[in-house]
Design a protein around this ligand. Structure first.
Ligand SMILES: [Zn+2]
Length: 395
């Protein structure tokens, strides 16, 4: 593969692989095509499973809410230039730029006891942030994003264990993708809410959680959010670019602003601490990064089409259909290409789609009850019967 062919822009790959499109009626917001949506759904499935394993529950909150909610949370003061807002029936509404304030409203619907904590509320929320149209760039810089967000409400003495759990999830997620993560600890910025003492205390706990898991980290001076310090999750892609993918942020402010409480062992009302966390941040940006990193050749579990079955001619159609059905029954994402085109053309098109396995059914293979297997990156790997093939790919 030539150098120029290797480092492709995700927009080009997205078009070639038929994953998404952009239209001038919605700058900074992708239209997902069926194949792109498979990637979104697989990521969703994986993160939901991870959250189940780590005892999260899931909520969903409105996209359009009154400005007064964001005044209460402090976003109006600190984040207004990044928000979309407009009047409806003489009141100002905003498209949520973050899920946190609404998550806090869900917390408040019940009296919470110390025994209820930690309460881990996940939300795959759709957010809008105002970026100038001139700086928008494919999936990497968008106005509308979908986050794998969560808020953990816990007691002060639970902060470290919760951060350790978040870091374990992060390690597990990136291991599954074969991407090593590096960590950064972002400290107090100039424009910040809360006392310096609280900030130092919080920064210390973040550092301890990282150290407990033996994870090395860099100090990112002044890069924290206005409401608390955070841990950055960075990855280095195949082009040696560093991306901050997501964060875990400690927040002592939101509970105060929303007067959140839990009742402690002595029956006294206390403020919970909030941890905001995302494992891969926005689906849009993350998929853009993955596409460029893998040059479209996504891991098998994320590939929109996992196996393509190609026919040599019409005589083998029944046999190819049988192979197709068997794979489909095993929940493998399979496509059958029975067009009256040359096999070379069909192979080339499947390769452009970065399909991990291409099965060619010819008359010889049909007689032997086998398929000829082509593996992405390796080419022809010989013939095998379908059970052998299934065993190979599901291992
Ligand atoms: Zn949040």
């Amino acid at each position: 593969m030539s150098e120029s062919k290797k480092h492709r822009d995700h927009r080009e790959l997205g078009q070639e692989m038929d994953l998404f499109s952009f239209h001038d009626v919605a700058p900074g917001a992708p239209f997902w095509h069926p194949k792109g949506m498979i990637i979104v759904k697989e990521l969703e499935k994986f993160i939901r499973k991870l959250q189940d394993d780590h005892n999260y529950t899931e909520i969903s909150t409105p996209i359009m809410v009154k400005q007064k909610l964001f005044e209460k949370s402090g976003h109006w003061e600190f984040f207004k230039e990044n928000m979309f807002y407009f009047d409806v029936e003489n009141e100002t509404y905003s498209l949520k730029p973050m899920n946190c304030p609404e998550s806090a409203l869900v917390y408040q619907t019940k009296i919470r006891s110390y025994r209820d904590l930690p309460l881990r509320l996940a939300e795959i929320g759709r957010l809008h942030r105002n970026e100038l149209s001139g700086v928008l760039g494919g999936l990497l810089r968008v106005r509308q994003m979908t986050m794998d967000d969560a808020h953990i409400y816990c007691r002060f003495d639970q902060i470290k264990q919760e951060l350790v759990s978040v870091l374990k999830m992060t390690e597990e997620f990136y291991k599954h993708l074969g991407l090593p993560v590096s960590y950064g600890l972002a400290t107090r910025p100039k424009k910040a809410m809360g006392s310096k003492e609280k900030w130092s205390e919080a920064e210390k706990i973040l550092g301890e959680a990282l150290t407990e898991l033996g994870l090395k980290y860099k100090i990112l001076k002044g890069e924290g959010a206005f409401y608390g310090p955070k841990i950055h999750f960075d990855i280095e892609d195949s082009q040696k670019r560093i991306w901050t993918i997501a964060t875990a942020q400690l927040d002592f402010q939101l509970s105060d602003r929303f007067e959140l409480e839990y009742i402690d062992e002595k029956g006294i009302a206390q403020r919970p601490v909030i941890i905001h966390r995302a494992i891969f941040g926005s689906f849009e940006r993350f998929i853009g990064i993955l596409l460029e990193h893998f040059d479209g050749a996504l891991p098998f579990w994320l590939s929109p089409v996992q196996v393509a079955v190609l026919t040599i001619n019409e005589k083998v159609l029944d046999c190819a259909e049988k192979v197709y059905k068997e794979l489909k029954e095993k929940n493998i994402r399979v496509e059958l290409d029975a067009r009256n085109e040359t096999i070379a053309k069909k192979i080339r098109e499947s390769e452009i789609q970065r399909v991990p396995y291409i099965l060619v059914v010819g008359e010889k293979e049909m007689k032997e009850n086998k398929v000829a297997v082509r593996e992405r990156g390796k080419g022809d790997v010989g013939t095998m019967n379908i059970d052998e093939f299934i065993k190979k790919i599901l291992n």
